[in-house]
Design a protein around this ligand. Sequence first.
Ligand code: ADP
Ligand code: 5GP
Length: 191
Amino acid sequence: MTREARLFVVSGPSGVGKGTLVALLRERLTRLGLTVSATTREPRPGEVDGVSYHFLDDAEFERRVGEGEFLEWAWVHGHRYGTLRSEVERVLAEGRSVVLEIDVQGALSVRASHPEAVLVFIEPPSPEELERRLRGRGTEDEASIERRLANARREMSYADRYDVRIVNDDLDRAVDDLAHVIDSYETRSSL
Ligand code: ADP
Ligand code: 5GP
């Protein structure tokens, strides 16, 4: 069976469980490559520069946009986030698939520049459960939670543009589904 390294994009509203899901996916599929995004937001306690994100100030982010260093970038919750081309190219060149965990605007812009990318949308079981998870995580202040919930309503309206939709109700089942999607697209050309 031949396996082809591919570009996957996982997105969905803030608090739906993308980070949790992708972390478990990586434990299971250790062959996946790792890319580090850039952002202008402040590091949270425990986050490490160059590991969690490349934390850049506005001027440096702007400079890199001007140099064409980003595969995509977007304003998310009042800050800039972007995927560096160099990160994606490095991983694909190693023969490893890339899983980008990025916002909905970024996902749609990857679709435009890389039509072969596989877009996966993670959905919450309900809007109430999404709010519970976002508040339960305890990483945001009230203003940020309100902004993320307002954005979530808009983001949900793009779900039908994705190749695959996965409801993150039962975490183990959702990880199984995501791993199966990755596996089947990587081996698709040999079917
Ligand atoms: P995102 O990366 O999409 O913003 P997180 O991965 O940080 O979301 O998850 C938000 C919160 O929801 C976390 O506290 C996480 O533990 C919890 N969570 C994630 N998936 C589930 C699930 N299937 N059921 C219940 N809680 C979950
Ligand atoms: P957080 O601030 O919680 O780490 O991330 C907030 C949002 O930014 C998440 O929805 C995440 O998917 C998105 N994000 C993270 N990295 C990137 C990126 O490189 N590009 C884009 N467009 N969004 C990103």
